[in-house]
Structures are given as C-alpha cells and as structure tokens.
Design a protein around this ligand. Structure first.
Ligand code: BTN
Length: 261
C-alpha cells in the first residue's frame, strides 16, 4: 500500500518505522523518540491503526484506507520554547490543508481552531501534537487524514454526517504515498518557517482558512465553563479571539463545541 522506497528517496524523513498494523502511531513515536539514537525526523507509519488517540480523551477511529502517521521532530528549545508549542499544531493544520488543496482543488479546505481540518464543513483530518515529560528538543506530531476510507457509510457512533474523507467528496481513490509525501513536503516547509521566523506567516495562512471567523461560536474551556460570542479569528500568537457582548477575549486553549453553520 505504501511505497517506502519513494518516501526514503524524498529525503523528507531520516528514518521510517513502518507497520502493517499498530495500536497508535503516537504511542510508538513516543517510544522511539525516547531513544537518543533516533534519526530525526522520524516517521512512524501504519497501514491500519487500531487504537488511535485524539485530543483529550477522544479516540481516533478509522478504517483501512485512512492515512495515519506520526513524526518525531527536532524542536530546539531556543527556537521553539514551550510557550510556542501550540503553534506546532496550528502550523501543521495549515500544512495539511494546503497539501490537500492540491488534490481536491475545488473544495473548501478550512481549519477549525485549534487544529482540525475541514473539507466542505466536515472534519477530514485531525492532529495530535504531544510533548513528553523529560524530553528536550523533541516533539511528536500525529496526523490522521481520511483519504480512501468512507466516512459517509461509517457505522461508528457519532461520525456519520460530521466527518468526511477525500473519497466521500469525489469518489476518487488516491495513492496514499502521494498524499503522504504532499503532506510531508508542506509540513517540512511550515516547520522550517516556524523555527526560523516564528508563527507570523503561519498565522496569516491560518486566517485565510479559518472556518470560524465571523461566526457565532461556543467554546468550552478547561474549567468546564462555556463562552458564547462572535469569532474574530486568531491573533498573531494563535489564540482564538472571541467577542462577547461584554468583552473581547483571546483564548489559548479550549474546544469549540458549536458554531453557526
Ligand atoms: C483529534 O482530532 O482529536 C486528533 C486526532 C489525531 C489522530 C492521529 S492518527 C495518527 C496519530 N496517532 C494517534 O494515536 N493519533 C494521531
């Protein structure tokens, strides 16, 4: 299913850890990334992920034909201090949307803050960026993209009508290696940009694809409280700007649980 030689030849990763089937590529990336001898960027790739993890306590359930992988990346703390880690997932979202736009040119590829990629208003990709206590200068970025797996007919509770895939969109089965390389190429570009220049250009690109700007949204915060207001997009630091009748706030974290459709 994957052309590993082509991935090696691309030079976009230094090491590949490939599996026909795996629990979670992020778990495996955390295991391998803990070893000093790991060559970075390290790609963990599987044809079938059996126990994918999503943000918080969510699971990431996919059938065969989905693209699921994780990268262990070198993140020098002088260029990417911990306060800037939220930018990694945001910039990754931009990279994925830009890459997918090349293969579904007439579709709306948008970003739902902080890091979900939407295709014509339905979720098609998710990102789970993780740091590991005790690690220095390394991060894991896990990515799941619904490519050739049909979500439209999914029997998984809660997914039908909310999630979509590229094949649901236009009926075309894509070469997964090509999609992976397109995404890795954009990630490489955004990652270098982030380390060298900060999130400024990423923020501009994010705003162009922001699904929520100008819409009434509800954001659930870590303390359980919800805020309802008008989304004003993201600021230069990647925070979500929301205007309530009383005040304008910039949120560093939270989950957008509802928005104007
Ligand atoms: C989310 O939308 O909540 C994030 C989903 C991230 C899923 C990907 S699939 C590859 C990698 N391995 C995992 O266990 N999770 C991420």
């Amino acid at each position: 299913m994957f052309d590993l030689a082509r991935i090696v030849e691309s030079g976009l990763v230094a090491q590949i850890d490939f599996h026909r089937s795996l629990g979670s590529t992020n778990d495996r990336a955390i295991e391998l990334g803990a070893r000093d001898e790991a060559d970075l960027p390290l790609l963990v790739l599987t044809e079938r992920q059996m126990a994918g993890r999503g943000r918080g306590s969510n699971r990431w359930l996919t059938e065969e034909g989905a693209l699921t992988f994780s990268l262990v990346l070198e993140a020098p703390v002088d260029r990417l201090p911990t306060s800037k880690w939220p930018h990694v997932a945001l910039a990754s979202g931009v990279a994925i949307a830009d890459a997918l736009a090349g293969t579904v040119p007439r579709a709306a590829l948008q970003l739902k803050w902080p890091n979900d990629v939407y295709l014509n208003e339905r979720k098609t990709a998710g990102i789970l960026s993780e740091s590991v206590p005790g690690w220095r200068d390394r991060l894991v970025v896990g990515i799941g993209i619904n490519v050739n797996n049909r979500m439209r007919d999914s029997t998984q509770t809660g997914l039908r009508g909310i999630a979509t895939s590229l094949i649901d969109h236009d009926g075309i089965a894509r070469d997964l290696t090509t999609v992976l390389l397109d995404v890795l190429d954009e990630l490489d570009r955004r990652w270098k940009e982030l380390l060298e220049c900060g999130f400024g250009m990423g923020a501009v690109a994010y705003r162009e694809r922001c699904l929520l700007t100008g819409k009434s949204i509800t954001v659930k915060q870590g303390d359980g409280d919800s805020i309802v207001g008008l989304c004003r997009g993201i600021d230069d630091d990647g925070r979500l700007v929301i205007r309530t009748p009383d005040v304008e706030k910039s949120l560093i974290s939270g989950t957008v649980i509802d928005w104007e459709k």
